[in-house]
Ligand binder design. Structure first.
Ligand SMILES: *Cc1c(COP(=O)(O)O)cnc(C)c1O
Length: 410
């Protein structure tokens, strides 16, 4: 790590979040953790292992490639590809022992027999209008066709809710009635797939009656509420934290500007800190002149445009600020012991150990590590707060974190 920019992924937080959600589920209810998009940017394999060790039973991914990555890392738990797959992709999934989602009627042009038994979950479109069978008659016909194939197994049936996180629950209720109707029609046809599932994080936390045989947990495993405006009283701990050391400090005079386009104009004598993280690292350019960061416990604004590899902060109001101080771009305030001079002389493994020790020492057992509601008391900078500036969601910021940022797992 030569640049002095890194993310901390707190796997103990992931385990905590999984345990908290699991404690709200029925004893028989399975818990799938969605690790698509490289585990929402956290790292699919480490998150999968942490989640499974805390009681998750299943993993969800978007693509067969993502499933293969888990299998190649030796992860043996049940994996379901949640996105649409071609018969060719399904063939590889069968070889890998990975279940797929069937969203179309394959009986019209049946694929050649699979080498190994393919587990299939049928997707019912109950109102998201994205993927799946809209017509219950067609669903039942395809379910019969799957059940009759010796090389395929009807392993599940599921739907996805479009509005599980809003105060108004009418849309979700309409979808659930449609899902119940689909399950009823399958049962009438003598088909009862072993796993019915519908709930994402929001539904799993809000509606115990919608847990069915399994819930599919995504954002809440990573410590964030699906909708911060409707925060639920669940003690989640954010897992992702982004830090970088100040590379340079300089004082500019009133009237001088900062960065491309000269969009920041100093109104007073201003102290500018340069930070080696930019939009190529997943720190979005729309946070130019709008984002904030924590320096020595102070909330400071982004000054000027976010560059590709760097950004600048106005640290005029931070007493004692020095080059080499550690900036918190989001997550828990960096420990005071984190300074570039203590870090940069170390070898890679020692750097990681140094980060791990400092993070744990500052957070104790993590129990005071915040609630992810964005209440920001200076010790925390929530992704929800940054997301809100760009009218987006924490999900997008997590997934944006580039592979160029080294992840340190604590
Ligand atoms: C990603 C995903 C989830 C998890 O959603 P969260 O809102 O992150 O909990 C659940 N179900 C499906 C089908 C998904 O693609």
């Amino acid at each position: 790590m030569y640049r002095g920019a890194f993310a901390v992924v707190d796997l103990e937080a992931v385990r905590h979040n999984v345990r908290v959600v699991k404690s709200r589920l029925g004893a028989q209810t399975r818990l799938m953790v969605a690790v698509k998009a490289d585990g929402y940017g956290h790292g699919a394999v480490p998150v999968a292992r942490a989640a499974l060790s805390a009681g998750a039973t299943d993993l969800g991914v978007a693509t067969v490639e993502e499933a293969i990555e888990l299998r190649q890392a030796g992860v043996r738990a049940p994996v379901l590809v949640l996105g649409a797959v071609s018969p060719q992709a399904a063939r590889e999934a069968a070889r890998q022992g990975v279940a797929v989602t069937l969203t179309d009627d394959w009986s019209r042009n049946p694929p050649a027999p699979f080498d190994a038994c393919l587990d299939v979950h049928l997707k019912v479109d109950t109102g998201m209008n994205r993927l799946g069978f809209r017509d219950i008659g067609e669903l039942v016909r395809v379910a019969r066709w799957v059940a009759a194939r010796p090389d395929m197994r009807l392993a599940g049936v599921f739907t996805h809710l479009a509005v599980a996180d809003a105060a108004d629950t009418s849309h979700a209720e309409r979808q659930m009635r449609q899902f119940q109707a689909a399950l009823g029609a399958l049962a009438e046809a003598g088909l009862r797939p072993p796993l019915a599932h519908a709930a994402n994080s929001a539904a799993a936390l809000r509606f115990p009656a919608w847990q069915f045989d399994m819930v599919r947990l995504g954002i809440s495993a990573y410590g964030y509420q699906p909708n911060p405006a409707l925060a639920l009283p669940v003690p989640l701990r954010p897992a992702l934290h982004l830090y970088a050391f100040i590379t340079r400090l300089c004082d500019i005079e009133p009237g001088e500007t900062v960065g491309y386009g000269a969009t920041f104009v100093a109104r007073r004598r201003t102290r500018i800190a340069t930070v080696p993280v930019g939009y190529a690292d997943g720190y979005p350019r729309w946070l130019s002149n709008r984002g904030c960061a924590l320096v020595r416990g102070h909330r400071v604004p982004v000054a000027g445009r976010v560059c590709m590899d760097q950004l600048m902060l106005d640290v005029t109001d931070v007493p004692g600020v020095q080059a080499g101080d550690c900036v918190t771009l989001y997550g828990r305030q960096a420990p005071g012991s984190w300074r570039a001079d203590g870090f940069q002389g170390l070898e890679a493994a020692a750097q990681e150990a140094w980060i791990r020790t400092g993070f744990r020492a500052a957070g104790g057992d993590g129990s005071e590590a915040g609630d992810g509601t964005g209440a920001g008391d200076g010790a925390w900078l929530s992704l929800d707060e940054l997301a809100q500036i760009g009218q987006t969601i924490s999900y997008e910021l997590m997934c944006a974190l580039s592979p160029r940022i080294p992840r340190v797992y604590v």
